[in-house]
Design a binder for this molecule. Structure first.
Ligand code: TPP
Ligand code: SF4
Ligand code: MG
Length: 279
């Protein structure tokens, strides 16, 4: 009898925004007709990272802050997989910030969904880089950080409470990475009801650029300007903030999964290497 891994039940607190992120992700897989065995979800450490236990795709729980280098390894080794990295704002923008910058720059073909609750949820409520500092509407804005990095090809922000738009953004992120246009970065504002309940403030702070007929997400200078203008009045954009439909995602051929890894094929070269060490 074939034994198969059974997806876990979510362990999030009632009201946690991460439920909405998982729902949008599962619905996107169904809508795009992507089989679960063609998907690998890699997660960072945090409440958010437990998402990968629940979906029934291939999964991997990476070290805290290291989900992006690990996900890139998977994407480069097997370009036929749909690779999704997920994690929290602490994971992605504090300990993992350097990897975030270089992944945006490198533009590999994968989706990155950050569940931003502006707090370290799992470790019980410490400040994260995206938490408000005194007098500011919002801490680090990772969408603007990403915009400033050459190579950025897809930057979006959703809100777990806006489920319809979140579903559309998740589908768009999958389409971008699967069309080999590169790194699809989707930040989802996903409140932590236990340690930093931001539902009320985010309800009133978001400006949906998807609803603005004058907003052109392919125009980078417009994306920058809108972000700064909104920040000046204590607001921030949601929707597809920037998209380059002509981008080409990075691959590293020949992919390991396309090579003949039969050990018998390599005995000769292995023997030569071993002989070179002999004294
Ligand atoms: C190398 C390392 N440093 C610190 C920790 C402790 N730690 C676990 S989760 C976490 C932060 C979680 O915050 P976030 O990434 O925002 O995820 P959330 O729980 O909010 O979803 C920290 C500091 C760890 N597991 N590993
Ligand atoms: S502590 Fe916060 S982030 Fe973690 S499951 Fe509960 S509500 Fe969600
Ligand atoms: Mg967090």
């Amino acid at each position: 009898m074939t034994k198969t891994y059974k997806p876990a039940e979510p362990i999030w607190c009632a009201g946690c925004g991460d439920f909405g992120v998982q729902g949008a992700l599962e619905r996107a897989l169904i809508d795009l007709n992507i089989a679960k065995h063609d998907v690998m979800i890699l997660a960072g450490i945090g409440c958010s990272g437990t998402l990968q236990n629940n979906v029934g795709t291939y999964g991997y729980h990476a070290l805290h802050g290291r989900v992006l280098p690990t996900a890139q390894g998977v994407a480069f080794a097997n370009p036929d997989l749909t690779v999704v990295a997920v994690g929290g704002d602490g994971d992605g923008f504090a300990i993992g910030a350097g990897h975030f910058v270089h992944t945006v720059k490198r533009n590999p073909n994968l989706v990155y969904i950050v569940m931003n609750n502006s707090v370290y949820g799992l470790t019980k409520g410490q400040d994260s880089p995206t938490m408000d500092s005194e007098g500011a509407a919002y801490g680090l804005d990772a969408t603007r950080l990403a915009l400033s990095i050459p190579g950025a090809s897809f930057i979006a922000r959703g809100y777990s409470r806006w489920s319809h738009q979140l579903h559309e953004l998740t589908v768009a992120a999958f389409e971008h990475a699967r069309a080999k246009r590169g790194f699809a970065f989707l930040e989802v504002l996903s409140p932590c009801v236990t340690y930093n309940d931001t539902y009320a403030s985010w309800d009133s702070m978001l400006d949906n650029v998807d609803d603005d007929p004058n907003y052109d997400p392919t125009n980078m200078s417009m994306a920058f300007t809108r972000g700064v203008e909104l920040d000046e009045v204590g607001r921030m954009p949601a929707g597809i903030i920037y998209r380059n439909d002509n981008a080409v995602g990075r691959e590293v051929p020949p992919a390991m999964s396309k090579q003949n890894l039969d050990p018998a094929q390599h005995l000769d070269s292995y023997g030569k290497i071993m002989a070179s060490y002999a004294v």
